[in-house]
Design a protein around this ligand. Sequence first.
Ligand code: ATR
Length: 275
Amino acid sequence: MSSALDRYGVVGHPVSHSLSPFIHGMFARETAQAMSYQPYDVMPADFAAHVREFFRHGGRGLNVTLPHKIAAVHVADELTGRAAQAAAVNTLALEDGHILGDNTDGAGLVRDLCENAGVVITDRRVLIVGAGGATRGILAPLLNLRPAALVIANRTPERAAALAAAFADLGSPKGVGFADLEQLPYDLIINATSASLSGDIPPIPQSAIGAQTVCYDLAYGRSASAFVQWATRAGCARAMQGLGMLVEQAAESFRLWRGVRPATTQVLAALAARA
Ligand code: ATR
């Protein structure tokens, strides 16, 4: 079967809830690109075979979502520097017959924070809560903006310390347990834990939040609401969920695939209206 449309998609499990087909559909219309974009629900055991088959049959690019972001590192023939640093891949592209693995999550977060929300990171104090894969994916782009301090706080302090040590050459991040946080407010607090998925709030001390603090949850929708409500009640300046990061990481994937960066304002407005 041949098609005039270049084929793209998102691979996850589950994937039916994914907003990526809607987002990339809007990007394609806005930039007049002849492309299709499908969701693929693929079990972990079938992931590598599915990806190779997709590209062998003419597919051009894939987004990769949970639980496959680490498996995608091994399917790629080559990694971009930022994917290697993140040790996770959220975007695959066919380049000269090779499968290139990239990670646009960190760039998406920084763009949403700095461009859309006007948050300044340079010379400011940043607290990242959580020390799993999500944190690893955003550390390098945040450190590249030279914050005055970047502290990773985690329920298991050893994981925070190990992650801070792994990124020591990009700045001087610190990894601690919640009880060891300095009693000083941060300018930006990013929730990168999976606690929100079960409606839990990580034990962030009240002293970390001041009247100027911006709080940001990497998750969006219902998963982010417990943290956003908690941060608002704690008296922060602004509490945001990660819908903008989702749209911006998608725009960055789209740019890699098509060489054109779509505008994101309309997509964000459309998603906000759907919420
Ligand atoms: P991801 O790839 O989404 O980051 P992960 O690697 O499993 O997922 O990491 C989940 C993070 O959320 C970890 O930092 C975890 O803390 P631990 O390292 O101590 O396990 C954190 N987390 C999950 N549930 C939490 C909760 N209820 N309270 C605080 N932190 C939690």
